[in-house]
Design a protein around this ligand. Structure first.
Ligand code: GLP
Length: 323
């Protein structure tokens, strides 16, 4: 029977618990914070108001990931995901946080800022001290101060409101004269920082994650890529609605760095992404749909709103009724 499709309202705690082999805290449990952890850690998770639609078998250690969580309430989704990011930063600062930009992330970052402002000044200070993030991607040819750049987006949504040191909020250098060298340099910087702990991901309409455009294999490294027409259309909103104004190239972390993260957190909202999400999760992994490679990751969590999860629901329920 389709056990994994049984809906529950319990938070996916197996995913929240750090992997036993986590290089940062071997054997540590979130129930037992060490003495030097900030006291805010245990408040840094808002109440879970979603439903778990699909979960790995309890004893499989996440091997048949991804876990799928649906929220009918957009604010509940944003708050819970933001609290995961905050908790990650407070509990496991040893590895960088992997961050994404885009419309999906806007309410999440707004909630993160609100939640941080609810911490005590000492906790906020601790968070600032511990902050280290690497963004997935950046357009080539845009000045960091250009409001359409992902660097500017990070500055206005997180760095400035949280009072972070910009040096601790890493993005690829979209202005480098040698984009290939800049991509290699970014990968080396990330490797030197220990690789990504938790990687937040959005989903492109064509199945990209970061700017890993199809076709893209699971071992594609951080590199400079050409953006395809669908992506330039999808992202035209920030460029006055003109796809031609969207830069033609970008630097992106590859599937290699993304899949090497301890944990993946893919967030998908809106009806327009229902089809691509269903394909990414329910069809065999393929280079034609780069997001589908996350099926290979043992600790992947997908958080969707009702609209984005609509086709997953249908297929899941079809599966249940057939057994
Ligand atoms: C963009 C970015 C991704 C982003 C995704 C979804 O092109 N490269 O990092 O997560 O596509 O964007 P949005 O949330 O705006 O739909």
């Amino acid at each position: 029977m389709c056990r994994s499709c049984v809906t529950t309202t319990e938070a996916p705690n197996w995913w929240l618990t750090p992997p036993a082999e986590a290089p940062c805290e071997p054997g540590a449990s979130e129930q037992e914070p060490s003495a030097d952890r900030p006291t805010g850690w245990d408040r840094a998770l808002v109440r879970f108001t979603g439903e778990v639609l699909h979960a790995p078998e309890a004893d499989a250690g996440g091997q048949n990931s991804p876990t799928l969580v649906r929220f009918s309430d957009p604010a509940g989704l944003a708050d819970w995901v933001a609290s995961l990011l905050l908790r990650e930063r407070l509990l496991r600062p040893e590895r960088p946080l992997g961050l994404a930009t885009g419309r999906t992330m806007e309410p999440i970052y707004a909630s993160l800022v609100r939640q941080v402002k609810g911490l005590t000044p000492a906790e906020q200070q601790e968070l600032r001290k511990r902050w280290c993030s690497f963004n997935l991607d950046a357009y080539m040819g845009l000045d960091r101060a250009d409001p359409r750049s992902f660097a500017a987006e990070m500055t206005s949504r997180l760095t400035t409101p949280l009072g972070l040191d910009p040096e601790q909020v890493h993005l690829p250098d979209g202005q480098a004269a040698d984009s290939h060298a800049a991509a290699e340099c970014y990968a080396a910087q990330l490797a030197a920082a220990g690789g990504i702990g938790l990687q937040l991901l959005g989903l492109g309409l064509n199945g990209h994650v970061g700017f890993n455009e199809p076709p893209c294999n699971a071992d594609a490294p951080c590199r400079c890529v050409e953006l395809n027409t669908a992506t330039r259309h999808q992202n035209a909103g920030a460029f006055g609605g003109n796809p031609e104004a969207v830069p033609e190239r970008a630097i992106t972390l590859g599937l290699r760095e993304i899949l090497a993260a301890d944990r993946l957190l893919l967030v998908v909202t809106g009806a327009a992404k229902a089809e691509v999400l269903a394909r990414a999760l329910q069809e065999p992994p393929t280079a034609e749909l780069p997001a589908s490679w996350i099926q290979l990751h043992p600790r992947a969590l997908v958080v969707a709103d009702g609209e984005a999860a609509a086709l997953l629901d249908a297929r899941c329920h079809e599966g249940e009724s057939s057994v």
